[in-house]
Design a protein around this ligand. Structure first.
Ligand SMILES: NC(=O)c1ccc[n+]([C@@H]2O[C@H](COP(=O)([O-])OP(=O)(O)OC[C@H]3O[C@@H](n4cnc5c(N)ncnc54)[C@H](O)[C@@H]3O)[C@@H](O)[C@H]2O)c1
Length: 380
């Protein structure tokens, strides 16, 4: 059976993908640096015994070259993800590592047939809207002036009129964060070098992925982590802006299935796919549902603060992947129940500090900012 290298395989999406690969009989090797803030206790205990583990950095030529030995396919999931303004790190870890991967395959030449890469909904920037006067529009990011005045909604870039958010398909990208740009650069690198040298490449643009093993040490781990940590500390979840942002959430098991599908299906080669959730939801509704699931009846707090670089309404259409036979099978209630059950199973001792620490850090770095509509209450 094929040997597959999974970079970032100790992480959240990586480890669930590894489980599925093992179940299907693949031989799996993981290359993971065990990033301190994701894995403060070293190799996670959830990894199957049969999997070969290499600790190292995907950006290191010798480490990556040796991890590629004897491999026929690669899932490149390791990445730098953060809200911090260390822009060059995003390109080094996400984009340059992708170029290095193709460089080593071509130089070898190595008999690697296919590379599946983790991209992100972040490549769409502010996303897609319908303007009644101008038709479909792709607005630029919201200005600091607009956000600091508590003016949250996106407007038509042509006539400044009100616009309706639309599900995003794969056709138009417009990344505006260092993370989003690094992911789109990774996509272009993989598709173009892949085509040129006959190495099938597939880019996976995940929406917000949720579920067990999403490290709650890591500030970047997202909304379920932030809100759950608050609720378990019997504090209200803090919604940025006015809580009306629309997002879609996809269960990590559905994501792992999507990764396997494109790995095995040649119809996916040289393409980019959205991997989104079954429904779209407002942040406030998400917070209320999570409160109910945690059994803590606390109304969410609308802080009026905003995280600079966040998008207003972004939710993906996964119709392209549906044509290959994939659909998200797990709904939001189960996504959140699975996550909360997992957090509880870890024991909650000491986890309060992780929330407060990361919020304080984001405020001090100017990532989370106050607007004219800020509640002024204690949100950390
Ligand atoms: N979780 C999401 O909602 C989401 C959404 C869109 C895209 N993605 C992408 O999916 C991929 C997996 O994300 P995740 O949520 O599982 O994150 P994660 O942090 O749980 O996993 C990433 C893994 O990569 C490892 N890693 C980081 N830098 C590395 C390096 N330089 N060399 C080797 N290993 C390194 C980390 O130790 C970690 O185990 C990433 O590429 C991410 O950008 C995730």
């Amino acid at each position: 059976m094929d040997r597959v290298l999974v970079t970032g395989g100790a992480g959240f999406i990586g480890s669930h993908t590894v489980d599925l690969l093992v179940k299907k009989g693949y031989q799996v090797r993981i290359l993971d640096s065990l990033q301190e803030r994701v894995h403060p206790r070293g190799w996670p205990s959830y990894l199957p015994e049969s999997v070969e583990r290499v600790q190292g950095d995907v950006c290191d030529r010798r480490t990556l070259a040796s991890a590629l030995e004897g491999v026929s396919c690669v899932l490149h999931l390791a990445a730098y993800q953060d809200y911090m303004p260390d822009f060059s790190t995003f390109y080094r870890v996400n984009t340059v590592s992708t170029a290095l991967l193709f460089e080593l395959i071509v130089e070898g030449p190595l008999p690697i047939e296919k590379v599946v890469l983790a991209s992100s909904q972040a490549v769409y920037g502010e996303g897609k809207y319908l303007c009644p006067a101008c038709g479909l529009v792709y607005p630029p990011f919201r200005s600091e002036e607009k956000l600091s005045g508590g003016d949250w909604e996106v407007r038509c870039p042509h006539c400044s009129g009100a616009v309706e958010p639309q599900p995003i398909d794969e056709s138009t990208v417009s990344p505006h964060t260092a993370y989003g740009i690094s992911k789109y650069a990774l996509e272009l690198t993989a598709l173009n070098l892949g085509r040129k040298y006959g190495i099938a490449a597939v880019n996976m643009r995940y929406s917000i992925v949720q579920g067990p093993r999403n490290s709650f040490y890591n500030a970047y781990s997202g909304i379920a982590r932030r809100f759950t940590l608050r609720l378990l500390a019997e504090k209200p979840p803090v919604c940025y802006e006015d809580g009306q942002q629309i997002r879609d959430y996809v269960h990590v098991h559905d994501v792992a299935r999507a990764n396997l599908l494109v790995l095995e299906d040649p119809r996916a080669d040289y393409r980019s796919f959205n991997v989104g959730g079954p429904t779209s939801t407002r942040v406030l509704e998400f917070a209320r549902l999570l409160s109910r699931i945690c059994g803590v009846e606390i109304e969410p707090m609308i802080s009026g603060e905003y995280r600079f670089g966040d998008t207003r309404h972004t939710f993906s259409s996964s119709d392209s992947l549906a044509k290959l036979g994939w659909r998200p099978e797990i709904g939001l209630e189960t996504i959140l129940t699975d996550y909360v059950d997992w957090v509880r199973a870890q024991g909650t001792a000491g986890i309060r500090d992780f929330y407060a620490d990361s919020e304080r850090r984001m405020k001090s770095m100017g990532i989370v900012r106050a607007s004219s509509s800020s509640a002024g209450g204690e949100s950390t």
